[in-house]
Design a protein around this ligand. Structure first.
Ligand SMILES: [Zn+2]
Length: 357
């Protein structure tokens, strides 16, 4: 069974819910807002299970302190925190795990882009029936940003006078779709971007990835653990990474034909990713050049090529290379023929390698 201790980041939300469970001051309505993949649904289902659990467990775990800089390869300082977790053993927990807890109801909707007033009226009717076996009845409404205005007005009636046993958890990708009257009656909990180092540790644990691969994926995930998991299974992404790194490792020895071939082989939908790899690669080279230390590099596996490049390129040339990458990024955004953008960038980068001082 998933537990609060499994959630990556989202310290403020977990703390809020811990205090609510500890003191029993449970709101009738919550909005869990944030990007898909940030943990909203998992948090909602753990909270629902905890609300219904017959034997809540107080557990103490450790979490890393905020990491201030670098890629977080240094072991982080740990801080103790307390959690109230669903026990995972009582009848309610067992039912919740299989999605059959009669007093935890997830509202589905027929139309992909809206939740209708009819669907909310049905929920309201169901809400009038007392809980089946628990003190509370918990409703989870995913995609709540799709509630129509009429549906929100119907929901508002419930929020204004909720039965004492009702807890409604709205999951949404933002708050802009909600009526102010809805927002003012809900406890709003917003998920935040998670630190790269935390996502990387999560991937190492969940997917048994080597540290450097986990770091690269974490960097691309933009603070979103769900996105990181998707990338882990994205074969094209992993293949692209290997191909780009291999190309960069041998760029100083590549001829114009090889450069042209690689550039024209970049899929239109993957251009930003390739550019990010290139940027990350030369940042590694710069970092190694200035620190002579491989500890904080992202491309650990290719350290010999990073060292080689750092030896060939000084600060000045690396500065010019980073400028070239920046120029290419701007040109891509202004829709210049993309193949030529990459080709020109790589040719100019190669020039920096070949230049005699
Ligand atoms: Zn339980």
């Amino acid at each position: 069974m998933r537990k609060f201790s499994d959630i990556i980041g989202q310290k403020a939300i977990i703390e809020h819910l811990y205090n609510a469970l500890r003191t029993g001051s449970i709101s009738h309505a919550y909005i869990l807002s944030g990007d898909a993949g940030s943990g909203r649904k998992t948090i909602a289902s753990i909270f629902a299970a905890a609300l219904q659990c017959e034997d809540l467990q107080e557990e103490e775990t450790e979490e890393p302190e905020q990491i201030m800089s670098g890629t977080g390869r240094q072991a982080p300082r740990m801080r103790k925190k307390k959690l109230l977790e669903p026990c995972g053993r009582c009848l309610s927990c067992i039912q919740a795990q299989s999605g059959n807890q009669p007093d935890i109801i997830t509202i589905s909707h027929e139309k992909p882009n809206s939740i209708s007033v009819g669907e909310i009226r049905r929920m309201r009717a169901d809400l009038q029936i007392k809980p089946y076996s628990n003190a509370r009845k918990v409703y989870i409404i995913p995609d709540a940003e799709k509630l129509t205005i009429q549906a929100q007005n119907a929901l508002l009636k419930t929020l204004e006078e909720p039965p004492e046993y009702a807890v409604i958890i709205l999951i949404a990708n933002g708050l802009s779709a909600f009526l102010p009257t809805i927002l003012s009656r809900c406890v709003v909990l917003q998920t935040r971007a998670v630190e790269e180092a935390q996502i990387a540790r999560f991937l190492q644990r969940e997917k048994e990835l080597p540290e450097d691969q986990a770091m690269i994926l974490a960097r691309f995930a933009g603070g979103n653990p769900g996105q990181a998991l998707l990338l882990t299974d994205d074969k094209e992404f992993l293949e692209l990474r290997d191909r780009t790194v291999d190309f960069l490792a041998h760029l100083s020895r590549s001829d114009a034909v090889q450069i042209s071939e690689f550039s024209s082989g970049i899929d239109a939908g993957r251009r930003d990713e390739v550019l990010s790899f290139v940027l990350m690669w030369f940042r590694d080279v710069l970092l190694y050049h200035s620190t002579q230390n491989s500890g904080n590099l992202i491309f650990q596996e290719d350290i010999q090529y990073i060292i080689e490049a750092a030896g060939m390129l000084g600060y000045e040339r690396l500065g010019r290379i980073l400028d070239e990458i920046d120029t290419a990024s701007r040109r891509l955004r202004s829709n210049v023929a993309a193949d030529s953008v990459f080709e020109i960038m790589f040719l100019k980068i190669r020039q920096q390698y070949l230049r005699r001082v």
